[in-house]
Design a binder for this molecule. Structure first.
Ligand SMILES: *Cc1c(COP(=O)(O)O)cnc(C)c1O
Length: 462
């Protein structure tokens, strides 16, 4: 007890520390408030340390250095750049699409300057914030008009709320998807105030099912792209063109939540086929919604394209105001869409497409180049190899299709899971954390998304 008292009395007083010369740089750099808060926290920790261990913490003789470490770790951004070597190109938890240089430049411009966001230079009238992009989207998709919101979940909610509130929406049972992150079509319907009418069965839905369900309360016939799973075997779905024919006959609009959707035909690069918004517009679908940061390769956004009259309803719905995109999103999206006006250079300039189209032999060569350094660094505990693997597109796109790639793998020589988790943790603690994937008792670093080879090596040996 007496020992404890003496120990507590050896802790410094905050105002004395603040007057110490060793704190002047910290005060200058981090400011009075942050430094004092950190010192209070340290004092609390020191008292706790004495209570539990009956001795002073090891850093008691150098509060300035300890305070600096703590202040610096607090300053570490919550949005830390990482190396995505998971093999999933559009990784939702890692922020999905990387932006093109054109988009980055466009965002920087609108951040620095006032911009004509809702201002028409040719007249006194207040412009519409989606107008500039609507023109571009119409040109690319053949639609009559467009609307942009914060993400595709918002686009679906808004589309339903504006066009079918208190009315019925007919959807196939096979398309009542959950996208993840609590986005389930039946829940969104409820939130939008719509009555969901399920038709068909999980594996088979026929045109006659939609016809039987339609009545005077039906506001929409809806298709949802089952982007994150595939029903195989004895299946039947009604395609958009057939549904549009029925919709025209009954005078009910057909809408589609496309999820990802690509504005270009991906098969030209040997990638799996993904439906394109322009195909659905051409098939007569009234509204199509898709994401800005999935295959499109732009910022997080939800895009709705379609018939003028329905878009006008959407634009004037109060939820549009709540879900509208900001100027940075619109700037990045505009720059991204402009790249699609020049498709010949798209692979080069759009990072998502560049990464998706990288071929396995190029990635294998990269892996071979990195192997010697990785082996000399980790070879003692791990057998380090180059192996073929399969990358995924991610973000619920094309889940069954995999892209041949190459990885550097680390197999613990002692066969222990703890050795493997220690490596995974060590790589996550690099200045730019390296995120791989564990499978088969090995750590896999899929190199498909590694473009900064020199930065990667430097980051290994800081
Ligand atoms: C991804 C997806 C959504 C949600 O889009 P976000 O842009 O992530 O909000 C909705 N519907 C489908 C079919 C999707 O694939």
């Amino acid at each position: 007890m007496t020992t404890d008292r003496t120990l507590y009395s050896q802790l410094p007083a905050i105002d004395r520390l603040l007057r110490d010369a060793s704190f002047s740089t910290l005060l200058h750099h981090f400011g009075h408030t942050q430094v004092v808060n950190t010192l209070r926290e340290m004092l609390e920790n020191a008292r706790e340390h004495i209570r539990q261990q009956e001795k002073l913490p090891s850093w008691n003789d150098d509060w300035a250095t300890q305070a600096q470490l703590q202040l610096e770790s607090h300053q570490r951004s919550a949005l830390l750049p990482v190396f995505n070597l998971t093999g999933t190109v559009l990784h939702t938890n890692l922020g999905r699409a990387l932006q093109s240089e054109a988009a980055i430049e466009a965002v920087t411009q609108v951040m620095r300057h006032p911009v004509t966001l809702e201002y028409d230079l040719h007249g006194a009238e207040r412009g519409h914030r989606d107008r500039a992009l609507a023109g571009l989207l119409c040109e690319l998709t053949g639609a009559e008009d467009a609307c942009i919101v914060n993400n595709n979940a918002a686009a679906v909610l808004l589309m339903l709320a504006a066009c079918a509130s208190s009315e019925e929406v007919v959807v196939s049972r096979g398309e009542l998807v959950e996208i993840g992150g609590a986005f389930r079509i039946p829940d969104v319907m409820r939130q939008a105030g719509c009555q969901l009418v399920e038709v068909g069965t999980t594996n088979r839905t026929h045109l006659k099912d939609y016809r039987q369900a339609a009545n005077e309360n039906t506001a929409l016939l809806m298709k949802v792209h089952t982007s994150n799973y595939q029903v195989a075997g004895f299946t039947k779905a009604v395609d958009e063109a057939e549904l549009v024919a029925l919709g025209n006959e009954l005078n009910i609009p057909v809408v589609t939540d496309l999820g990802s959707g690509s504005l270009v035909d991906l098969t030209q690069w040997g990638l799996p086929e993904e439906p394109m918004p322009q195909q659905l517009i051409a098939a007569g679908v009234s509204l199509v919604s898709f994401s800005g940061d999935k295959l499109l390769g732009g910022p997080q956004a939800g895009i709705i394209v379609g018939k003028k009259e329905l878009i006008a309803r959407i634009q004037s719905h109060p939820l549009k105001r709540a879900l509208r995109a900001d100027k940075m999103t619109l700037a990045a999206l505009e720059a991204t869409l402009r790249l699609y006006q020049h498709p010949e250079t798209l692979v080069e300039r759009l990072p998502t497409l560049r990464l998706l189209t990288r071929n396995a032999s190029e990635i294998t060569e990269l892996a071979q180049r990195l192997l010697p350094a990785l082996e000399s660094k980790f070879g003692e505990q791990f057998s380090v190899c180059v192996e073929a693997c399969l990358s995924q597109i991610g973000s619920g796109s094309l889940p069954v299709d995999r892209l041949p790639s190459a990885a550097v793998t680390f197999t613990p020589k002692d066969g222990r899971g703890t050795t493997l988790s220690a490596l995974t943790q060590a790589l996550r603690e690099r200045p730019q954390p390296i995120i791989g994937r564990i499978s088969d008792g090995r750590l896999w670093l899929d190199l498909r998304c590694l473009e900064d080879e020199a930065g990667f090596m430097e980051n290994l040996n800081p």
